[in-house]
Design a protein around this ligand. Structure first.
Ligand code: NDP
Length: 280
């Protein structure tokens, strides 16, 4: 039976570290602050923003929340970001996605100063990740790397399969594994013989967005299985991209959903904010 990778435990350790760093910075007169911008009325986004705000408060980071109506003009949002870029008391800027359709996410993300891009979604941040010379890593893939490190999973020289090639999870995930000298295969909806490719993997990261997609026949016995997915199944229960009950008996380690990768994402956001504040 696989060891269950405990994301709650590892994330609470990171939050404690963040708290310590915040306290040291505060003693030096620097109060780490994160601006979170929410545009519109998407209920899921509102929950994510509330959770980020709560996590900031718990670690002593000052949350600076800006809530804007759905009909906000792109120009207005860009002006707000410009002001936040120039505000020395703000160390991180995050724009909650998705944005309303009339606003270009790309233009908005590109407007955030690379020094404050704690989500690491901008072209500058992505380029730095490619070169392995980054200040910030995107929170979810960075959280996965923290979990692997915490559980002493050797990455160097390992066959890693990442399922999913989104800009926010799959691609940066593959790059971080590559930066640690893994042999990485990225799979997507056009991949042929996916079960066979997956079965080669010593480490599988599944970021597909389909409930219980990865089944036992796709997993090599002893593989480490990381489940990034957050889905609701037909009964409304929260499940990952991995068929947990089937895969757990054959994997060597596995992340549950909930309680695996999920809690790591916000913890890494807090860590990025403190990293930015340290640089001021
Ligand atoms: P996207 O929908 O942007 O990407 C999904 C990827 O999966 C695509 O690259 C797609 O391929 C691939 N895919 C879809 N169907 C198949 C298939 N049948 N076979 C192989 N590949 C397939 O999702 P995200 O990357 O944004 O998110 C993935 C999951 O992770 C979601 O469940 C999301 O909720 C979750 N998530 C969790 C976070 C956390 O904090 N834990 C944070 C972010 C996301 P193609 O490119 O060819 O279409």
């Amino acid at each position: 039976m696989a060891i269950r990778i405990d994301g709650k435990l590892v994330s609470s350790k990171i939050r404690e570290e963040v708290k310590g760093e915040v306290s040291k910075l505060t003693d030096k007169g620097i109060k780490p602050a994160l601006a979170v911008i929410l545009v519109g009325n998407d209920p899921a986004s509102a929950v994510y923003v509330r959770n980020k705000q709560k996590a900031c408060l718990e670690t002593g980071i000052e949350p600076h929340q800006i809530t804007l109506p759905e009909e906000t003009e792109e120009r207005e949002l860009l002006d707000i970001i410009d002001k936040l870029n120039r505000d020395d008391d703000i160390h991180g800027i995050l724009v909650q996605l998705p944005l309303p359709k009339h606003i270009s996410s790309e233009r908005v993300i590109e407007a955030i100063s690379p020094k404050k891009d704690v989500d690491a979604f901008s072209h500058d941040s992505v380029g730095r990740i490619m070169e392995g010379k980054y200040s910030f890593l995107p929170c979810t893939p960075a959280g996965v790397m923290e979990l692997l490190a915490h559980y002493n999973v050797e990455v160097e020289g390992k066959e890693c399969v990442v399922i999913g090639r989104s800009n926010i999870v799959g691609k940066p995930m593959a790059m971080l594994l590559l930066n640690k000298s893994a042999t990485v295969t990225i799979c997507h909806s056009k991949t042929k013989n996916l079960p066979e490719v997956c079965k080669r993997a010593d480490i599988i990261v599944c970021a597909v967005g389909k409930a219980e997609f990865l089944t036992a026949d796709m997993v090599k016995p002893g593989a480490v299985v990381i489940d990034v997915g957050i889905n609701r199944n037909s009964e409304g229960k929260l499940v990952g991209d991995v068929k947990f009950d089937e895969v757990e008996p054959i994997a060597s380690m596995i992340t549950p959903v909930p309680g695996g990768v999920g809690p790591m994402t916000i913890a890494m956001l807090l860590k990025n904010t403190v990293t930015s504040a340290k640089g001021t």
